[in-house]
Write a protein that binds this ligand. Sequence first.
Ligand code: AGP
Length: 616
Amino acid sequence: MCGIVGYAGPKPAAPLLLNGLAKLEYRGYDSAGLALLTGNHHLNIIKKAGKIGNLIAAVKAAKVPASITSGIGHTRWATHGQPTDQNAHPHMDCSGRVAVVHNGIVENYQHLKKQLQDKGHQFRSQTDSEVLAHLIEEQLKKHPWKEAVRRSLAQIQGTYSVVAVYEGEPHTLIGARSGGGALVVGWGKGETLLASDVPALLAHTRRVSYLDDNEMAVVTPTGPSFLNVLTGKPVVKKVSEIEWTAEQAEKGGYPHFMLKEIMEQPRALEDTFTSRLDPRTGSVVLEGKFWDSPFIGKFKKITLLAMGTSYYAALVGKFLLEKYLRIPVDVENASEFRYRNPILGKDTLAIVITQSGETVDTLVALREAKAKGARIATICNVMGSSATREAEGVLITRAGPEIGVASTKAFTTQLGAFWLLTLFLAGKRKTMPVSELKKKAKELSRLPQLMAGLLKQRKSLEKIAHEYAHYFNFLYIGRGIHYPIALEGALKLKEISYIHAEGYPGGEMKHGPIALIDSKMPVVAIAPKSSAVYEKMLNNMEEVKARQGRLIALVEKGDKLAAAKADAVIEIPSVSEDLSPILSVVPLQVLAYEIAKKKGREIDQPRNLAKSVTVE
Ligand code: AGP
């Protein structure tokens, strides 16, 4: 959702900013723009509705000289005002000397806008963001650049990451962050960058500092300095080294990031286990002091908080944690959590599950759980993200950068992480015999290889996809630990193909959804034989067939009984029930991908969606 890039250095700014914005396309956007400080220090704003291609054409037409070496860029995902050229960022003040880009929402913008209009300010857009440019213009009447920005930011309520430029100080960019949204400062050699997300920086530097709440970065080619927005006092920031490489954030020959990321899953899962899981002893090592603290042996309840695909991973996590630890586990949709006075306290371990670590609903829930006294851990894919900075315990999934909006490798590594956590806690709290720990660890360590074999089935999934791509609705059914996989399978399909799809527990069918079944309704039944409720799933499949539903059955290899009932069969290897979700979701990802491809959809950036949802 909205992307920001800023550059101060010796290189031509326009191509560099455009490349940076292209790396952030995956976040989802509907317009894009640049503010460049021209040779004579005038601000030049170029912005266009639609894809970055439109902006590239406009920059080319404007013949931006290579001597321009500082500027800011933005991709906008509309919240206030339609996705038009006018509402695209950057936004300027009345004088045209200040430009700002903003992610988030200025909650008190109407009040501020009225005050500014009363003072004679003219607004050109319908956005909330424009007020910041005018606030800075007002403050510049009394204060120098840095102080003017600081004082303006202090008047804003809501969540933001912003970067501002001023033609009076063309080589000093100012960035700031509050509430939600990320802003990362990249320490280059003789150049300094700002970005809302790491992939925009990887081509230039891997040395970064993450802004925390109410922090400001004053960025010049020689480096950044930091201060607190509210007090104006200097802040010393840690410099971290990013492990991801620039190549990891490229398509690497695949037509789509989503396909690349699906295919990367065996590697991602293996990396997530490496140096943590020991199949010989059944022991698990997790990094960080929190996991060895006395609390780990004492907590009485677990609350899992997440959104979307991460929420479905948490539903699988609940099965594992409750089964092997015998501790009550609540799974909460993070966006609902703080609005219902949830019950948790000092003996609760709250775990937030988030690929990006920047999902605002999840972060707000994290803070609510913390305020209520719970201890916080996170299963997260992005080291340095807000979730990892705000949690005491961090379990990083090593999926590498996930660029496709539809989450795939993040999900399977989250499931892998839940297994690590379950075995780790079960070992610490002695709730599983060592023989069982060893058995599970051994089975887990085989999964990457089994998954790689499974991915060779792509051709047969493509065939099924072509046969079913013209249907308008799909149901996905699963029972027990496979029910979350039905939800995830349906989410994948709807996100990228725009086909209406819903997931249900098999047992729910007769309570309503079965009314939908006829010959125009494909039903994907997740029915591995290892399931404790396999027989019941077979019954559900019969019920679908009896009503002429089109049955796609996901079965264990060699299960002729289940396969015989189906119009199309997807096979997965036999593994024990608790482990099979990590495998069964993979063909459902491929099926959704192939259907979306057949329908010619924009797979990596589906309409209306953003990779990381940074506004509530
Ligand atoms: C998954 O395909 C989604 N695009 C979405 O549901 C996502 O999982 C959700 O927004 C949560 O994101 P997070 O894991 O980064 O917090």
